[in-house]
Design a protein around this ligand. Structure first.
Ligand code: MLT
Length: 407
């Protein structure tokens, strides 16, 4: 028996687990510290009333023999896929509901999708980036090359024609930087993918933050993407499903690749994978997710998005007062800042982001996420999440301002 040695090439623990361990260790030695968590983006607001009502009704259905539901291991319930189809139609994207697969979240599917791709494929991953893309490819022993996102390209790297990629990861609005590709930039990626016969894995988990800004919130708003892209989306950030678990993956019927000369539909492979390894998301959860797209439910979740955007403004105002460089927070719940450094002869960004993490935790009792955790290009930067309650945001901003002098 041989273990998968690729796991030995990973960091000891997953980024957000490492952070949680550090925070718990600090809390143990400082039991009275009231720690404010702006690290992992899961301090979402409580579920919208329309969602809770739908879930209660669904739970009641599950209590009666006539309306009880068991496994649903294919693409998910039609009622939810139709609601998602309607949401996409409003964005100008026509989907067949057989292109939509309900999942337990974008994170799982972003990792699981690799099951249907050969190990020899070369993965292109922008850096800094959500660590799941890198870690899952390291686990598979896949060749990865990185494209640097930095201040000069607005953290929105564009394709490098001299490099051949097979699998391309894009996340827009971006985690961690909050940058959003515009239509022309996304078209560049779609063109590149088509020229290279590559498949784009488009993480749209934060799409609702791009709404109303005339920025693309789906890769399928770019013509031709239906032949070269898979899109992942989540109810976690949209509707606070972080602890409920529901998302969806779109695999267009037109997305095909040749195997031994024959056209193979990626949708068929994904269906085969899901029906074998996944037994679906609970009926109660899917009814709750459906309610997100009701008139009332959507109004309620949009109120929460506006609330997070207001939170981000509070963080941004504190950083502006402190003359700290930052970006993001506008079409994203994340503010991406340059670690300040007041040591003589040092520039902002010289301070390691883990060092900054420790200082922020131990002085201000505020948790953020070190940029280095998102890749080499994230070093010297830091992410603060705007998910959370308003009072905590105001208090975190106050503590950051108060403690800045001792950094
Ligand atoms: C984050 O903080 O980057 C996300 O909440 C992590 C996730 O969605 O898995």
């Amino acid at each position: 028996m041989i273990l998968n040695k690729n796991y030995l090439n990973l960091q000891d623990s997953y980024l957000f687990v490492t952070i949680e361990q550090k925070v718990s260790a600090f809390q143990r030695t400082h039991p009275d510290a009231r720690i404010i968590r702006l690290g992992i983006g899961d301090v979402t607001r409580p579920l919208a009333p329309a969602v809770v009502e739908a879930m209660k009704n669904a739970a009641a259905e599950m209590s009666a023999a006539k309306t009880f539901r068991g496994y649903r291991s294919d693409r998910g319930y039609e009622f939810l896929r139709e609601a998602i189809g309607g949401y996409y139609a409003a964005k100008g994207v026509a989907l067949d509901i057989s292109e939509i697969f309900i999942s337990d979240g974008a994170k799982s599917d972003a990792g699981n999708i690799l099951d249907i791709f050969a190990a020899e494929n070369r993965a292109l991953i922008p850096d800094p980036v959500y660590p799941v893309y890198v870690d899952t490819n390291v686990m598979a022993g896949r060749d990865i090359f990185y494209l640097s996102g930095n201040e000069s390209n607005g953290f929105l790297p564009l394709p490098d024609a001299s490099q051949k990629a097979d699998i391309i990861y894009l996340c827009s609005p971006n985690n961690p930087t909050g940058a959003v590709y515009d239509r022309a930039q996304l078209k560049n990626w779609v063109d590149y993918a088509r020229e290279n016969d590559a498949i784009i894995l488009f993480d749209a988990a934060y799409e609702i933050f791009a709404g109303g800004a005339n920025l693309p919130s789906s890769i399928y708003q770019i013509p031709g993407a239906e032949e070269c892209a898979i899109e992942f989306c989540s109810f976690s950030k949209t509707a606070g499903f972080t602890g409920v678990r529901c998302g969806y993956t779109i695999v267009p019927l037109k997305l095909k690749r040749k195997v031994d000369g024959a056209d193979i539909a990626v949708n068929d492979l994904w269906l085969r994978r899901q029906t074998t390894k996944f037994n679906g998301v609970s009926y109660i959860t899917q009814r709750g997710a459906e309610a997100v797209f009701s008139q009332e439910g959507f109004r309620q979740v949009q109120e929460n998005i506006a609330y997070y955007q207001e939170n981000a403004k509070i963080i941004a105002a504190a950083l502006t007062d402190l003359n700290i460089w930052f970006t993001g927070g506008e079409h994203s719940p994340y503010v991406w800042l340059k670690c300040p450094d007041d040591r003589p002869d040092k520039c902002p960004g010289d301070r390691s982001s883990w060092d900054f993490f420790d200082r922020l935790l131990t002085t201000a009792h505020v948790v953020g996420t070190p940029g280095a955790g998102f890749g080499a290009s994230g070093e010297g930067y830091f992410r603060l999440s705007a998910f959370g309650e308003r009072d905590d945001m105001i208090e975190a901003a106050r503590r950051i301002k108060e403690n800045i002098n001792i950094w």
